[in-house]
Design a protein around this ligand. Structure first.
Ligand SMILES: Nc1ncnc2c1ncn2[C@@H]1O[C@H](COP(=O)(O)OP(=O)(O)O)[C@@H](O)[C@H]1O
Ligand SMILES: CC(=O)N[C@@H](CCC(=O)OP(=O)(O)O)C(=O)O
Length: 292
């Protein structure tokens, strides 16, 4: 280690102390995981957090990967305000991609970095109960509100954190890696936007931070400049005036709701930057947009 790196490590001490024993929920977005070396460095950072006494809980997305498989299968797909309209056929693909391929590849990467990753989804020990999402969207041209049927899209109803807590409290502590699949009252599966799933889990765990890793610097204003700090009461206006569009809408709604329900702060940050997690948690300047 050079003297500069040693200095950086030493400067991180107060931040390491601040997060020791605290829960940090990290949402790893599908866009942030496309690069293989970034994928491996994300896994290393999560293992490092655990080693430093932080309790990281990973919730992953996989939107682009679901899109790729749907395309290969010649199944069309459509979004409403950042949420995928999910019919029965699409739901099968969603379960396959989120609950299968992506979940296990993150677990494997964490284990390859020396951690103890364990894959979970909403149905494990009743972790994430969901109900059908009722969504109204406002047409930007006519300003007319309409109700859209999103099929098997769910919203988190209840989180039962016993499985997550058991993993944390185990003699050899585990790192939970959670797919955003919810289970309904009658046992049916729901496709939950990964940001909302992460937010509900962060609230249930009273997490110190909810980190939403994505493929932009953070929330950008109308001029394309990064908004560094965003009080939650300013979120509705950003959505209403069209500054935040598409996938940024569920992200901001989630961040605001999480802060409203027990999470100290949420951060939307650039998962394309190596070690974004460490910069956010262990430096003064942080990264991305802090929502509090
Ligand atoms: N105001 C905004 N600031 C930043 N990104 C925005 C904004 N409005 C819309 N977006 C879009 O939101 C996207 C992030 O959401 P999404 O594609 O769902 O990411 P992820 O897969 O990481 O969840 C960005 O790539 C960007 O295109
Ligand atoms: C309802 C809904 O839209 N679900 C998402 C779930 C995955 C997700 O959220 O992935 P990212 O975080 O990578 O976008 C979807 O089907 O794409």
């Amino acid at each position: 280690m050079g003297f500069e790196s040693a200095k950086t490590l030493s400067e991180a001490l107060p931040f390491i102390q601040r997060y020791h024993g605290k829960t940090v929920v990290i949402k790893f977005g599908g866009h942030a995981m496309v690069d293989e070396s970034l994928f491996a460095s994300f896994a290393r950072d999560v293992v490092l957090l655990k080693q430093l006494g932080v309790n990281p809980v990973v919730v992953h997305g996989g939107g682009p990967q679901i899109g790729d498989l749907l395309k290969q299968l010649n199944i069309g797909t459509q979004f409403e305000d950042g949420l995928r309209v999910t019919d029965a056929e699409t739901m099968k693909v969603v379960v396959m991609v989120l609950g299968g391929a992506i979940n296990s590849s993150i677990v494997r990467a964490i284990n390859a970095a020396g951690g103890n990753g364990v894959g979970l989804s909403g149905s494990d020990a009743g972790l994430l109960t969901a109900k059908k999402l009722q969504r109204t969207v406002i047409d930007p041209d006519s300003a007319i509100e309409r109700i859209v049927d999103l099929g098997f899209v769910g919203e988190p109803d209840k989180v039962n954190p016993i499985a997550i807590n058991a993993l944390k409290d185990a003699k050899e502590p585990f790192i939970p890696v959670i797919a955003p699949l919810g289970v309904g009252k009658d046992g049916e599966s729901y496709n939950i936007n990964a940001d909302s799933a992460a937010g509900a889990i962060a609230s249930a765990l009273n997490a110190k931070r909810l980190l939403l890793l994505t493929d932009v610097k953070g929330v950008l204003d109308k001029a394309g400049e990064l908004i560094r700090s965003l009080p939650i009461d300013q979120v509705p206006a950003l959505i209403k005036d069209g500054t935040a569009k598409g996938g940024m809408i569920p992200k901001l709604e989630t961040a605001a709701k999480a802060v409203d329900t027990g999470v100290e702060a949420a951060v939307i940050l650039d998962g394309r930057k190596p070690h974004a997690l460490l910069v956010e948690l262990f430096t003064d300047h942080g990264a991305g947009t802090l929502i509090s």
